[in-house]
Design a protein. Structure first.
Length: 184
């Protein structure tokens, strides 16, 4: 297993996910505003042991295999308080996902988190491309992709927690990402 580093941004601490994070994730994740545009495999209503089950059965085993990288999001000013999560996945057409608890949305925090994990994806892991699926009605998430230099490459209908919507696939190549960051 490759060690997953702690990442830092101007305002955030991104700590690798651990089983001890289950209670905090359960508290922040199980809200309609958080889950409505997530893939329909997320159960709703969210079960009382949803976070613990997800960590034990999905996230932590994938981290141990080296096929996924998961971090909790915490403000540097409150490092004991989990406010969201961000993940990278070694999957076809699904390389990054995230969620942020509503009180912290709209403050640019997720853009900062994406910048940090995108750097890890392209610079540390050396991946040639990142692809991210998003529910088309999720305007805030789309803005993060646009600001990050991604372009929409395809659209198709898919099932989400809140129903069936167009799912846009966003992409950025390593060359474009490096060029945007003055590293090409």
């Amino acid at each position: 297993m490759r060690i997953i580093p702690t990442l830092y941004t101007r305002q955030l601490l991104l700590q690798p996910l651990t089983l001890a994070d289950a209670d905090a994730i359960q508290l922040r994740f199980a809200h309609w505003e958080v889950v409505r545009y997530l893939n329909a495999f997320v159960p709703w209503p969210y079960p009382q042991d949803g976070a613990l089950s997800y960590l034990r059965e999905v996230a932590l085993p994938a981290m141990a295999r080296g096929t996924e990288w998961h971090w909790t999001l915490r403000l540097l000013s409150h490092p004991d308080n989990v406010i969201g999560c961000i993940s990278l996945m070694d999957e076809v057409d699904n390389n990054r996902g995230f969620w942020l608890s509503p009180p912290w949305q709209g403050q640019g925090l997720m853009s900062e988190a994406c910048e940090a994990v995108d750097s890890f994806w392209f610079e540390t892991l050396g991946r040639p491309m990142m692809r991210v699926p998003k529910a088309a009605p999720n305007v805030a998430s789309r803005r993060i992709s646009v600001r990050g230099g991604m372009r929409r490459v395809s659209s198709q209908e898919k099932n989400f927690v809140s129903g069936r919507f167009v799912c846009d696939l966003w992409e950025i190549t390593r060359a474009r990402w490096l060029s945007r960051h003055g590293k090409a």
